[in-house]
Design a protein around this ligand. Sequence first.
Ligand code: NCD
Length: 311
Amino acid sequence: MHLGTQKNDLLGLDGVDPDTLTALLDAAEARVPMAEGVEPAPATLAGRLVANFFFEDSTRTRCSFAAAAQRLGANVVNLAGEGSSMSKGETLADTARNIAAMGVDTIVMRHAASGAALLVARAVDIPVINAGDGRHEHPTQGLLDILTLRRRLGSIRGRTIGIVGDIANSRVARSALFGLTTLGAKVILVGPPTLVGAAFTRIGAGPAMVRVEHDLDAVLPELDAVMMLRIQLERAAGGAIAADYRQLYGLSPDRMERLPAHALVMHPGPLNRGIEIDSAVADHTSRSVILAQVAMGVAVRMAVLEWALRG
Ligand code: NCD
């Protein structure tokens, strides 16, 4: 789609035009009853082989790509970092070329290095779907976040979405920011100055659509939804976290009450309960859409796999 490849790679939401985003969201919407198992799915990907290539831990993303592929009649082969020949010195590009040579139709990949999905996309002639590359992007997460919001709020344009926490190290925040602002939402990035710098207002649609704030309590009354993020300790964010993080940026029940009555609470998972979000908030029956996000993930991945493999 972009970034120098001619295939239907999905490497990020940066630069994806509003019509393409809307078409993917509409296709995902049509797949929701099938993703939920309420209606049978057509075997549009029968005989196709999806390689799930996960070099970083994953629960939701890996399982939901596999579920999406299998609902549509495709088969899934798995490769993890541990146990692969990369431990013997094989490069990522060579590993990907070998997997592609086995007749696999698409590679879904997650890797700790930003840019790893682009590197693989350039090495093989099959479509590559980025399932999270370092701090860079996580486009199917961005799509499932937007689909969840669109279904619950009715529209994206003109909405204000807060993203709170470790913005600096979050691929989830970047993909959400690009997708949401492209569709006309405003995004307020909230966190300590060590984790969200003023430079973030210069990415995506720019300062007209993106604001940086450090006072969560002041921002909450403006929001249609708030997305809480986990501190990315595996990306060395720990050193930047003050001991009073929870007190300043954790979503407690008291803080939740500062949100407008209709506002939604989101989190990509995995949750660190009692740090960025309290259990009473995460499990709140009317406000929290955290498990709805997971359900939308299967529908989004069905639509993305069909787009990548069938156009
Ligand atoms: C996120 C990820 O891996 O980027 N999880 C997910 O895919 N749902 C967020 C995180 O790990 O904090």
